[in-house]
Ligand binder design. Structure first.
Ligand SMILES: Nc1ncnc2c1ncn2[C@@H]1O[C@H](COP(=O)(O)OP(=O)(O)O)[C@@H](O)[C@H]1O
Ligand SMILES: [Mg+2]
Length: 224
């Protein structure tokens, strides 16, 4: 599979070239590579946000780009992508931001309405607790530190019912302790959901150290 950004210069090399990767259900993979290697591009392709320019992508045995529009939309709702810097609107409360993770499944109005129900708030609280952030539930996101904001973005993964978690550089703004905690929470949520796959992209700067030895067999080199 290869991928090229629509905005890329005509003669620029493809961001991904000759990539072949198979992810089994329940598998967790860390993609490690230097800046510009194509890690983010790979996650965008897997999230069906960017079509491959050659080769093909199969999710559950189907090529998502051959699905009817509505089915593709539905499928995208099952793919959770946490960007490296989550787009958090200013003045938004942390609770709203975390529950926004459920938008693809329940739609905007139901999501807004759910804010008034204690069960939704409890769900957000429980997700934040896994990232040591429960005291920030009603704080404004624009008053959080970079690392706290990153963890709010990751906490969204816990309120979705996505079958594939694509997490881009989840540790870039975290100290080692919080980094290990974040990986543990994400790993646990992927495991709790049983058959689902979790995929983390991490740059060279951090990588091997944060992914414990017992998970090493799940890692392998991919030609990114
Ligand atoms: N939006 C974009 N438009 C055009 N080219 C892009 C875009 N994003 C990334 N690229 C190209 O794809 C290459 C890989 O980028 P990226 O996937 O972001 O790498 P990584 O996440 O490993 O740092 C970059 O060198 C860049 O040239
Ligand atoms: Mg990147």
């Amino acid at each position: 599979m290869s991928a090229r950004h629509p905005a890329a210069m005509r003669h620029a090399a493809a961001a991904l070239r000759g990539l072949s990767l198979e992810v089994a259900a329940g598998e967790q993979i860390a993609v490690i590579g230097p800046s510009g290697a194509g890690k983010t591009t790979l996650l965008h392709v897997l999230a069906c946000a960017l079509p491959p320019s050659s080769g093909s992508l199969q999710l559950d045995g189907r090529n998502p780009w051959q699905l009817p529009r509505r089915s593709l939309q539905r499928l995208r709702g099952k793919l959770f992508l946490a960007p490296q810097s989550p787009p958090l609107p200013p003045r938004q409360r942390v609770v709203t931001s975390v529950l926004a993770g459920r938008l693809p499944q329940i739609g905007l109005w139901q999501s807004l309405r759910s804010l008034f129900y204690p069960t939704a708030i409890a769900q957000a609280d429980a997700a934040l607790a896994r990232f040591d952030l429960s005291d920030k539930l009603f704080d404004r996101v624009d008053r959080l530190s970079g690392g706290e904001r990153q963890r709010v973005g990751l906490a969204r993964a816990l309120v979705t019912d996505a079958s594939l978690l694509l997490v881009d550089e989840p540790l870039s703004a975290l100290d080692p302790t919080r980094g290990r905690q974040a990986i543990a929470a994400l790993t646990e949520v992927a495991r709790e959901r049983g058959a689902n796959a979790g995929l983390h992209a991490a740059s060279c700067r951090h990588g091997a150290a944060e992914f414990p030895a017992h998970r090493r067999p799940a890692r392998r080199r991919v030609g990114v």
